[in-house]
Design a protein around this ligand. Structure first.
Ligand code: PEP
Ligand code: MG
Length: 761
């Protein structure tokens, strides 16, 4: 039998119908309304390649060096051609076409989706690697099925399996063929609040096909429904300018303007909300886990298109923020805990990964870091970034949540545990360990593959819908290579682009680099780094900060011997004070901005770090003018990182700033006198300390009076409690880490809705 009907499929038929097929079958079997369809089974594909005798040739063709992109492309083409040019056996063709003719009236538009299977490796189907085709009819159906088979050998899929060392012949592919639902309205539904876990149903709905909602191109209506009473607690009706529809002629999915009369019309009727609530309860009961459901309404019926667990809610989550469980500082091997935890620190970058520990004490040890190893080091440095990219995880002795290791790992999407105290001494070079970047633990041994969480997956939006918020939600970027991932989060811009990384990776102090290569070369370096982000986000705004690296970071570079020796570099020669004291390098940074403005990057904004008072600001402004930047025409502002800056905010506003951005990493250390990088005091480093919040709250209040925008770009902007506080106070924007953007969007939306409600009650 080449095909099976979804009605006959259950969750444990994974090997036969792949993940997608099994999940749709399970929903169908649970009595939930799923559009009808069938699956061309994985064994049909396997029989196709084996009976035609192309299997050996196919698998041999894709055994290539996956780092060689030309070889990878050639492998993909060879495999694709082999599959496409091999005829499908007649009986299989007939069976698929027969099944198709029984879907709908026999001339239905169907969706054709790949559904890969792999023993021991659920991730083999790695989201997005395989093809999906919409609006397919009989004419193209068989070719589309073969295209799905061939997509098992896309470049990404070959690369991924080779990198994982996973044999190509252990993966099969099924193909789901399902009636397209020509939705009049559609959207998503969370059976719990995706950030807080609260027991309410959240529905987002828009006109037309679901793609517009899922991709965030239209702001949908939002309904919050109590699961206790079934009442709609809030219904926020959005202005829905566009909708996704199927073009009658071509069958393609296209965007159309919503007719004027419907833009502000409520999408869901009370009956439809009740039906969704009912289905939400059923699907959550069925899976015994909160679900994130894609649904559509067609001809008065509500259909479920997909359901998956909400990954942002931890089991038993009662809505409280989950912080790292690890205490920081010193540890002893697997004794205190009695479990297999070897060492604890701060969970600095989420994800779980296993690999061989590589103790890196000197830079020349970096060569020994192989793909998939866990780097264990005192503290990471910019030169380590290429090795950090290869690594499966990072463990450091020193540092807090705002250290280099923490910031870069988050941007690279590599799990990290920082501030373990003596990880480099406790862990043994070469031993296999598992790090948990959420809990902040390093355990002995290897975690089964399915329990490890893909760093790439961690970076993906955890829920498919981009919530529309009045408070802008931006993202922080420190390494230009992360700009693409950062932009993919759907953030409203970059709230902080640090240029330190671009400068420190030169391997020389700016002075030495300029001495050897000339001023122009230095400007070029900054232009090219900043441009990467400016281009990626254009026209969304990108706030770029002038250099702020403490002298101890420069000291490690060539030319570092000329850096002043400071007792406490955090309180020393850094940020704007250095720029103003010795403007030779600072001027060049401003020239780089000028060049970028001239190149048309009018989305750039200039931000000055570590200012204390109006004098700092006025002098910096003068330098801008000298560099040919008109402060009246460009958007510029300052970081609020010292209590002095917060207390002098009125004077700073008078000096002409457009925005003030809270650098809570520094503001906290200077308010509480707690070194942010010192793991011994990490437990009293608290961005939510009332003193810090008072400085922030008062500053926002003043800024609102004098029309200066406020923002946060410190690490605390990714914490739900800080987000609640800031939105309550009326902050203009929040800039979060890449991995936190989507959750922050939801949190902001929740607070905004509460504020709206409070104002009308
Ligand atoms: C801050 O201090 O909060 C900040 C964002 O700047 P940095 O972490 O680069 O000091
Ligand atoms: Mg700072």
């Amino acid at each position: 039998m080449a095909v099976v009907w979804l009605d006959d499929v259950r969750a444990d038929d994974l090997d036969l119908v792949g993940g997608k097929g099994a999940s749709l079958g399970e929903l169908t079997g649970a009595g939930l309304p799923v559009p009808p369809g069938f699956v061309v089974t994985a064994s049909t594909y396997r029989a196709f390649i084996e009976d035609a005798g192309i299997d050996d040739e196919l698998f041999a063709a894709v055994e290539v060096d996956h780092e060689d992109s030309a070889a990878l492309q050639a492998a993909h083409e060879a495999a694709h051609d082999l599959i496409m040019e091999t005829p499908m056996p007649d009986d299989v063709r007939e069976e698929i076409l027969d099944a198709y003719r029984s879907v709908g009236e026999g001339d239905a538009f169907v969706a054709v989706r790949s559904s890969a299977t792999a023993e021991d490796l659920p991730d083999a189907s790695f989201a997005g690697q395989q093809e999906t085709f919409l609006n397919v009819t009989e004419e193209d159906l068989l070719d589309r099925v073969k295209e799905c088979w061939a997509s098992l050998f896309s470049e990404r899929a070959i690369y991924y399996r080779n990198r994982k060392g996973f044999p190509h012949d252990k993966v099969d592919i099924a193909v789901v063929v399902q009636q397209m639902v020509d939705a009049e309205k559609s959207g998503v539904m969370f059976t719990r609040h995706p950030s807080t876990g609260k027991k309410e149903i959240i529905i987002e709905a828009a006109w037309g096909l679901g793609e517009a909602v899922v991709s965030g191109t239209v702001s949908p209506d939002n309904y919050v429904v109590s699961r206790e009473s079934g009442e709609v607690e809030t219904a926020t009706i959005a202005d829905k300018k566009t909708m996704c529809v199927r073009d009658e002629e071509s069958g393609e999915t296209v965007m159309r303007d919503v007719p004027n009369g419907r833009r502000h019309e409520r999408v869901l009727t009370d009956d439809e909300v009740s039906r969704l609530l009912e289905l939400g309860e059923l699907v959550e009961d069925h899976y015994e886990k909160p679900q994130d459901v894609e649904w559509a309404v067609y001809d008065g019926e509500v259909y479920m298109l997909q359901s998956r667990p909400i990954t942002t809610i931890a089991e038993g989550d009662d809505g409280e923020e989950t912080e790292s469980e690890g205490d920081s500082g010193g540890s002893s091997r697997a004794t205190a805990t009695g479990d297999d935890v070897l060492i604890r620190g701060l969970g600095a970058s989420p994800g779980i990964a296993s690999g061989r520990a590589r103790i890196v004490t000197k830079l020349d040890h970096l060569d020994q870091v192989a793909e998939g190893d866990i780097i264990v080091t005192e503290m990471t440095m910019p030169d380590m970034v290429p090795a950090m990219k290869r690594a499966a995880g990072i463990v450091t002795d020193e540092g807090g949540m705002t250290s280099h290791a923490a910031i870069v790992s988050r941007e690279l999407g590599v799990p990290a545990v920082v501030g373990t105290g003596d990880g480099t001494k406790t862990l043994e070079d070469g031993e296999v360990v598992t790090i948990d970047g959420d809990k902040g633990t390093v355990r002995e041994g290897e975690e089964p593959e399915e329990k490890q969480r893909q760093p790439v997956e961690e970076a993906r939006p955890k829920t498919p819908v981009k919530p529309m918020t009045a408070t802008e939600v931006k993202v922080n970027v420190s390494i230009p290579e992360a700009a693409e991932r950062a932009a993919a989060t759907g953030a409203d811009g970059v709230g902080l682009l640090r240029i330190e990384h671009m400068v420190l990776t030169l391997g020389k102090t700016p002075e030495r680099f300029i001495e050897q290569n000339g001023e122009r070369a230095y400007v070029d370096e900054i232009v090219s780094g900043v441009r990467e982000a400016a281009e990626e986000f254009y026209p969304r705004p990108v706030r770029v900060r002038t250099l702020d690296a403490p002298t101890d970071e420069f000291r490690q570079l060539e030319g570092g011997e000329n850096e002043p020796r400071e007792h406490n570099p955090m309180l020393g020669y850094r940020g704007i004070r250095r720029g103003l004291d010795n403007p030779s390098v600072f001027r060049l940074e401003l020239q780089a901005f000028r060049r970028l403005f001239d190149m048309g990057y009018d989305n750039l904004e200039v931000m000055f770090p570590l200012v204390n008072d109006a004098e700092d600001v006025l002098r910096a402004k003068e330098h801008m003018r000298e560099a040919g930047i008109d402060p009246e025409k460009r958007e510029w502002g300052v970081m609020i990182e010292t209590p002095a800056a917060a207390l002098c905010i009125e004077e700073l506003a008078d000096a002409g700033i457009d925005f003030a951005s809270f650098g809570t990493n520094d503001l906290t250390q200077y308010t509480l006198a707690v070194d942010r990088n010192n793991e011994h005091v990490a437990d009293i480093y608290d961005e939510l300390h009332p003193a810090v919040l008072k400085l922030i709250g008062d500053t926002i209040e003043t800024c609102r009076e004098v029309d200066v925008k406020t923002s946060i770009c410190g690490q605390a902007g990714s914490k739900p409690k800080m987000v609640q506080f800031l939105v309550d106070k009326g902050v203009s924007s929040i800039s979060a880490n890449i991995d936190a953007v989507r959750d922050v969007q939801h949190e902001v939306k929740r607070v905004e809705q509460r504020l709206l409600l409070d104002s009308v009650r």
